[in-house]
Ligand binder design. Structure first.
Ligand code: NDP
Length: 487
């Protein structure tokens, strides 16, 4: 099976592709060349209404099926995604610009993991039996929420579509997914695969559009739950809109996460962790450890090895080439944002030790960039950049670095490199972050909860935790004897 970058139509609703050219055009740009590779249209009110009705009408029958039946469809879709991994990875690369070397092992594969994991979990979604004395008892039922809206960021379009869709469907909900308009292609394929694998029509719909389409979905009375992956400012808006209707929410938002490298760390591994946590996907990863605190006694060694590895091993270029390991920014706009942060770093006195420039020629490339001598008050140490810019900050002792690591409104992730296992756990226990790493960085297996604390989010994706965010508990009291009433 070969995918064209131009999809059959812009939207996927009620089991089929559907177009409405009255919607504002969305040009899809291949970030490696700047070429337009597809034209789609934003959803009109009629399209949004169609998706909401389809989801509402299909959901109850889906929830009434057994978990085993639902799970079987999800697991079939997981297998199909793996069979199609090559083509899906090419599409992900065209949509985002991320190198095929990455997309072929991270995107459709992680989407398939979510479908497999939640497909396997679906039959085990049961309630509890609770003895209450005097022969009375109660039971709980874990019920679907109804219609869920998923809104995605542009960095992991396939993965986000699956991370939201798989637990929603496993729990018996219907999903309407709105991708970022920057990367609208991959979620359509997820919808197509799910339906090819037996998902009844109306249960996984994709509508395209800008923020106004997301807003129309979030504010609609037919919607029961909203899961957003996006920035903190968008999260605040979406959370507030959802609150108007008392809707359930999951918010996966941004970060400015600390990665702490102690003096006893294996420096080569620490450098590897810092590379993974700053330059994978050209730095466009929410959980990145962009504030790299390095003990002052090993800072020079760390920077030497980091710069040497960047110099010898970064392969920038055509993302579809197997050897390329560093791709462009997703868009020209994102490149401009990142460059403005690099310029602020320079203006505020950080020491540039690697990169710092755009790469001339086609595509939206920026060199992997490292600043040393960064202080906590600099803009590049406080704000999420969402690009390949690492800030290295020296520290002297444990209590100091913990306080500095926590001095941020974000709380998505945190990492520690040390050979002292007691210190590793002691420090991690004090870091205010939802997803933490010891002697590693940015691993995201489906079995582990993923999500942020503080302004980085509400709720968790993946793992059994996600089930709690896509279902609600009904409790039932059962009296076995007579009712004693006062009159
Ligand atoms: P944005 O916050 O700009 O957008 C996220 C999504 O929300 C887009 O689909 C956007 O549509 C939509 N949207 C915007 N305004 C509204 C609104 N008022 N109502 C409903 N929907 C709306 O994020 P980006 O796409 O720029 O992605 C980057 C951000 O995402 C970073 O901050 C990053 O940290 C975060 N992120 C978080 C992750 C996590 O799991 N914690 C993972 C990946 C990214 P449109 O694009 O059309 O405006």
């Amino acid at each position: 099976m070969t995918f064209n970058t131009q999809p059959k139509a812009s939207h996927f609703i009620n089991g089929e592709y559907i177009e409405d050219t009255a919607g504002a055009p969305i040009d899809v740009i291949y970030p490696a060349t700047g070429a337009v590779i597809a034209r789609l249209h934003s959803a009109t009110p009629a399209i949004i209404d169609k998706a909401l009705n389809a989801a509402r009408d299909a959901q109850k029958a889906w929830a009434a099926m057994s978990g085993t039946e639902r799970g079987r469809i999800l697991r079939r879709a997981a297998d199909r995604m793996r069979e199609l991994n090559h083509d899906l990875s090419v599409l992900e690369t065209m949509d985002t610009g991320k190198p095929y070397q990455e997309t072929s092992v991270v995107d459709a594969t992680s989407g398939a993991d979510a479908l497999e994991y939640f497909g396997a979990l679906a039959p085990s979604l049961t309630g509890e039996h609770i003895p209450l004395g005097d022969g009375n008892w109660g039971y709980t039922v874990r019920e679907a929420l109804g219609v869920c809206v998923g809104i995605g960021a542009w960095n992991y379009p396939t993965q986000i579509a699956c991370w939201k869709g798989a637990p929603a469907l496993a729990c018996g909900n219907a999903m309407i997914f709105k991708p970022s308009e920057t990367t609208p292609l991959c979620a359509l394929k997820v919808a197509e695969i799910l339906h090819d694998c037996g998902l009844p029509a109306g249960l996984y719909n994709v509508v395209q559009g800008y923020g106004d389409v997301g807003h129309a979905l979030v504010s609609d009375d037919r919607v029961n739950k909203v899961s957003l992956t996006g920035s903190v400012p968008t999260g605040k808006k979406v959370y507030a809109t959802a609150a108007e209707g008392m809707k359930h929410v999951t918010m996966e938002l941004g970060g400015k996460s600390p990665l702490i490298i102690f003096d006893d760390a294996d420096i080569e591994n620490a450098v590897g962790g810092a590379i993974l946590g700053n330059f994978y996907s050209s730095g466009q990863v929410c959980s990145n450890g962009t504030r790299v605190f390095v003990h002052e006694s090993v800072q020079d060694k760390f920077l030497d090895r980091l710069c040497a590895r960047l110099q010898s091993s970064v392969v920038m270029g055509d993302p579809l080439n197997d050897a390329t390991n560093f791709g462009p920014m997703v868009s020209d706009r994102q490149r401009q944002i990142v460059m403005s942060y690099i310029n602020k770093g320079l203006a505020e006195g950080a020491r540039l030790v690697a990169g710092g420039s755009i790469v001339e020629g086609d595509g939206f490339y920026i060199q992997p960039t490292v600043f040393a001598d960064v202080t906590d008050d600099m803009t590049i140490a406080r704000e999420e950049i969402f690009g390949p810019v690492m800030a290295v900050l020296p520290f002297t002792d444990e209590a100091e670095v913990i306080a500095r690591a926590n001095a941020t409104e974000f709380g998505l992730s945190a990492g520690v490199f040390t050979r002292d296992i007691s210190r590793a756990h002691r420090v991690i226990a004090q870091l205010e972050a939802g997803s933490c790493f010891i002697n590693s960085y940015n691993d995201a297996p489906v079995e582990l909860p993923f999500g942020g604390s503080k302004q980085s989010g509400v709720g968790r994706e993946n793992s059994k935790e996600a089930i709690k965010h896509y279902s609600q508990v009904k409790s039932v009291f059962v009296r076995m004897g007579d009712v004693e009433a006062p009159f």
